[in-house]
Design a protein around this ligand. Structure first.
Ligand code: FES
Ligand code: FES
Length: 151
């Protein structure tokens, strides 16, 4: 076990865990931030996507020991009042079905728009390619990202 001071959603949070523990479990089990979901555990589905310094990463394959002082943002910290342009566009387009994959989808979409505010269709497809939705909400995800880009 080892103590880590993590910068999560703008606050310093201390955890005492095995250094190899994936951030997904630190967030969910130690910090009670359960918006980030476990899907595959092997960086294949995107449901566990968070931001590390604003870049989308898979928290299931990110050991807590690799985080250091980098800023971690989860779905809970994306916006203060759930009013990020991506979150508003998600509501406008009624994107979620079961909802399970959606936190990861939103985090990937928000990171895309941060680095590329006017993505083309192929930019969107490339950035969202690793986020799997068993309900098949892909068409609405794409429409919502375009709408958020234009907002
Ligand atoms: S749970 Fe991390 S990518 Fe599937
Ligand atoms: S909304 Fe059900 S898995 Fe995506």
């Amino acid at each position: 076990m080892a103590v880590f001071n993590l910068n999560v959603n703008g606050k310093t949070q201390q955890v005492d865990v095995d250094p190899s523990t994936p951030m997904l479990w630190v967030l969910r089990d130690n910090l009670n931030l359960v918006g980030t979901k476990y899907g595959c555990g092997i960086a294949q589905c995107g449901s566990c996507t968070i931001h590390l310094e604003g870049v989308a990463v898979r928290s299931c394959q990110l050991p807590v020991s690799a985080v250091g002082n980098q800023k971690v943002t989860t779905i809970e910290g994306l916006s203060e009042h759930a009013d990020h342009p991506v979150q508003k566009a998600w509501l406008e387009h009624d994107v979620p079905q079961c909802g399970y994959c959606q936190a990861g989808q939103i985090m990937s979409a928000a990171a895309l728009l941060k680095s590329n505010p006017s993505p083309t269709d192929s930019d969107i497809e490339g950035a969202m390619n690793g986020n799997i939705c068993r309900c098949g909400t892909y068409t609405r995800i794409k429409a919502a990202i375009k709408s958020a880009a234009n907002s």
